[in-house]
Design a protein around this ligand. Structure first.
Ligand SMILES: CC(C)(COP(=O)(O)OP(=O)(O)OC[C@H]1O[C@@H](n2cnc3c(N)ncnc32)[C@H](O)[C@@H]1OP(=O)(O)O)[C@@H](O)C(=O)NCCC(=O)NCCS
Length: 191
């Protein structure tokens, strides 16, 4: 869908950290329901570190070249923000987790399926690598984001409070030969 509408996707240049941070905060400030988008740990340095060292940034641009959307792909390794811990993944699986984090599309560019396309772009970049588990969190009330993720092949595995008390689905897409059947049993209860 929309693939011929002139929007283009690419990897964020390392020098874009401040721009991405400001755009994400702009999106957050405009949200009537701020619970949908958690920006608690977001700082320019957090973005810089992810897009230069422990992940990469995805940017969507409008046909006119304006920044339209962004997503940060993080490689958390053993860090406590690795959602693999929530899913009960064994230690040895944690380095194979990539977090599809902090997706935002500027209001004037919504409706073009850009979050879905960023999910797909990130997955394509990770094809053939050692990453096997694409994980993300989405509020159960964030209909557009849930639709984008499920359309991109993500499955809700768990629902729990995250980020200081915000209810979130944890979604997973196995890639590079992994299968949901390889995961430990997931508790079905909501914490
Ligand atoms: C979530 C967000 C990134 C989605 O932007 P987008 O990619 O432009 O999303 P779209 O408007 O193209 O909608 C995506 C899909 O959801 C559907 N959708 C949108 N709003 C919806 C709603 N209120 N109810 C049901 N479905 C909805 C669209 O119809 C579309 O489905 P389709 O592909 O089958 O047509 C954007 O709304 C945003 O930046 N929100 C604030 C930040 C945020 O919530 N980030 C995600 C945090 S996890």
């Amino acid at each position: 869908m929309h693939e011929s509408d002139g929007y283009t996707l690419g990897v964020a240049d390392p020098g874009m950290a401040d721009t991405l941070y400001e755009a994400m905060m702009h999106v957050w400030q405009l949200l009537p329901d701020k619970d949908l988008f958690s920006v608690g740990s977001l700082t320019p340095d957090w973005v810089r570190e992810r897009i230069t060292t422990s992940g990469f940034g995805i940017v969507a641009r409008s046909p006119a070249g304006e920044l339209a959307g962004m997503m940060i792909v993080c490689f958390p390794g053993p860090d406590e923000d690795n959602l693999g811990y929530d899913l009960g993944m064994p230690e040895e699986a944690l380095p194979a987790v990539a977090l599809m984090d902090t997706a935002a599309v500027l209001p004037e560019h919504r409706g073009h399926g850009l979050e879905y396309r960023m999910f797909r772009f990130g997955e394509e970049r990770l094809a053939g690598t050692a990453y096997r588990w694409l994980l993300c969190t989405i509020s159960p009330r964030n209909a557009a984001s849930l639709r984008s993720a499920e359309k991109a092949g993500y499955t809700v595995l768990m629902t729990k409070e995250k980020y200081g008390g915000h209810l979130r689905h944890i979604l997973c897409k196995p890639i590079n030969g992994a299968s949901l059947a390889d995961l430990p049993p997931i508790p079905m209860t909501t914490e």
